[in-house]
Every structure is written in C-alpha cells, then in structure tokens.
Design a binder for this molecule. Structure first.
Ligand code: SF4
Length: 350
C-alpha cells in the first residue's frame, strides 16, 4: 500500500507561533508544538496540524447498508466500509477500543510500522470493483479522519458520481465541519449515535451533549442527508423511562419520520461492571417511542423476533421484512418511496 505520512489538515487555525487549533470536532483542541489533540491522532508539528491517521486504515469490508444501521436508505445495498485509527470520545463501553482508544494503540508506532496505509484511489477502486453502491465511513469515528474521507468523496464525485457516501458517527462535529459537509453535499446518509440525553456524556464519553443535539437539528433542517438515530440502552446510565422519553421527544420535535434504532448493550472494555440490556427494557423503549409518536422504531443487536421490520404507519401492513441483514421489500418499490400494498401510503425511502 502507498504511504502518506504527513498530511496537513485544512481544518485547523494557527493561534500563535506555538499553538494551532483543530477545527474538526467540538472539542476544538488548542495544540502546542509537538502536542496532540484529545484524539491523539492529530498533532502539531512545526505549527502545522498533521492528520497522522490519514489513510491509516483499521479494516475494510463490504457490508449490507442495514448493518450501519440504515433502514430507510437504499435497502439491500452493499457498501464498502472502512475506518481509520482514532476517536474523539473515550467511551467506557467502546466496542472498538483497540482501534479507537489512543491509550491502546500508538499512532507513532503505526506510522513507523508503515503497513496499514491506504489512499483515496485504492479505496475508491475497491468500491467500484466490488460493485458497491456506496462507501461507509465507519468503525471508529469518521470526524477524526475526515481529511481522508473528504479526499475520497471529492475523487468519487469526479470518477464515480453514482456512489453514495455514508457516515456512522457520534455527531460531535465542529460548526466548521458540519457547515462544510452540508454546503458541499459531501454526505448522503448518516447514522448518528445519540448516546445520552442527560449529562452522562461527560462522565462516560468525555464529551458534551449540546453540540450533538445542535448538529442533529442542523443536519435535519438544513440538508437532504438521510438521518437515522441509534441509542444504545445501557442499564442504569440511560435506560430510565424519563431518559428514553426525553430522547424520543427531541427526535419527534424534529420529525416523527426519523427512524430510531434502540440497541442492546453488552458489557465490554471498562463497562464490565454493568449488566446487558434486558429485552424488556428494549421493548419498553419501543413502546415509549411509539407513544411519543415516532413512526419507525427498531430494535437491534438482539435475538428478539420481528423487531427490525418496517410497517406502514397508516395501516400497519408489513412493508419491509428484515431477517438478520437480509431485506425483503414487500411494498411496491418506486424511485424515492415504497408504496404500501394495502393502503397505498408512500414511505419515503431513497
Ligand atoms: S478531532 Fe477533535 S479531539 Fe481530535 S484534535 Fe481535533 S478537536 Fe481535538
């Protein structure tokens, strides 16, 4: 693989002769010479902000889009999925801690080993050769490897404009990044992990809630990006009726058409002291979401049956049947919607 070690990020601002500020996420790290940002993959070298994880990929796979999860966008499509090292959060329950937590991997060692680097043209070719319908920026947090994502997207817009671009994210974008994503139509669909609706963000993830809510609102109101929300229900941290209702109210106030995916938690990494989510909690969350008025409520990461199907919100006819990651459209598929066989309701699905 080709190597690109010194990528100067355009998402940065010089503060003074010794300090540079990173403008990619809402941490807005001010970084002294030879220092790192919170994500420890962006470094100030000679007062230039270097994206050290540029092209440092952790893995590539071809996934069904349902795995992101995205249920209301290109059902059944296969997408080339990849991620790079690094994350701007420090979640105690991270499932991908070996690639996201910079206390575990060492970016300097990765650079020195020089093995895992890829380039935008290699990944784009992979997507085209494998007849993928899109590229998903995922696995760790795309915000911290955004320079790389953006170069792939720009190249794809010239050489493979039919490809769609999908981000699976914690939503903690900076104002500058989200403005750029929206204004440049970089992204077609996003799954945003809204982890908490309470002040737990700080203690559990070393982040804050407010910018995430603002970003979700802006994306929904100011762009055509298909947006779906995931909420991992963690016992005692965010699974009270009150928390679930507040989170659903926030989504419903934007639109009751936004799909929500409640996901089952398993104790991992630094959260092994907690229990897995009870199935009764997942079902109760679905009930609360439906009471609030959300039309498309799904449950994931569980053996529960029939919890990932799409029903017509008007007459409750089954419109999309999902088994694992296989998708069977039962309504009539037209260009931008699926029509209910029973009542002709048109479900907007691109
Ligand atoms: S991406 Fe976020 S955490 Fe990383 S250096 Fe930039 S502002 Fe800091």
């Amino acid at each position: 693989m080709k190597v690109k070690l010194k990528y100067i990020s355009k998402y940065s601002k010089i503060i003074d002769s010794n300090k540079t500020q990173c403008l990619l996420c809402s941490h807005y790290c001010v970084i002294s010479n030879n220092g790192y940002g919170k994500c420890k993959v962006r470094k100030n070298i000679d007062n230039q902000l270097i994206a050290q994880n540029y092209g440092a990929i952790t893995g590539v796979a071809i996934d069904p889009i349902e795995k992101k999860p995205l249920y209301h966008y290109m059902p059944g499509a296969k997408v080339l999925s990849f991620g790079c090292f690094g994350c701007n959060f420090k979640c105690i329950n991270c499932q991908n801690y070996s690639i996201s937590d910079s206390d575990i991997f060492d970016i300097e060692k990765i650079i020195a080993d020089n093995n895992n680097y890829s380039t935008p043209d290699i990944l784009l070719d992979l997507a085209i050769q494998n007849k993928c319908e899109g590229i998903a920026y995922t696995y760790s947090e795309p915000t911290v490897f955004w320079d790389f994502c953006e170069d792939i997207i720009k190249l794809a817009k010239i050489n493979a404009p039919e490809l769609k671009h999908i981000v699976v994210t914690n939503g903690f974008f900076s104002n500058e990044l989200i403005k750029s994503i929206i204004e440049n139509n970089f992204i077609d669909a996003m799954n945003i992990d809204l982890k908490f609706i309470n002040n737990k963000y700080h203690a559990i993830c070393d982040a804050q809630l407010k910018p995430i809510l603002k970003n979700i609102e802006n994306i929904y109101k100011k762009s055509n990006i298909q947006i779906e929300i995931t909420n991992l229900l963690i016992p005692t941290l965010n699974d009270s009726d009150d928390d679930i209702k507040k989170l659903c109210d926030f989504i419903a106030n934007l639109s009751t058409d936004i799909p929500i995916h409640f996901s089952k938690f398993f104790p991992i990494y630094k959260s092994k002291y907690l229990l897995p989510t009870f199935e009764s909690t997942l079902l109760r969350a679905r009930e609360i979401a439906e009471e609030v008025g959300l039309k498309y409520v799904y449950i994931g990461n569980t053996e529960l049956a029939n919890v990932s199907d799409t029903h017509c919100p008007e007459c409750h006819e089954l419109m999309i049947k999902r088994n694992g990651y296989s998708t069977n459209i039962l309504g009539v598929k037209e260009s931008n919607f699926i029509k209910c066989n029973k009542c002709n309701f048109k479900l907007k699905i691109k």
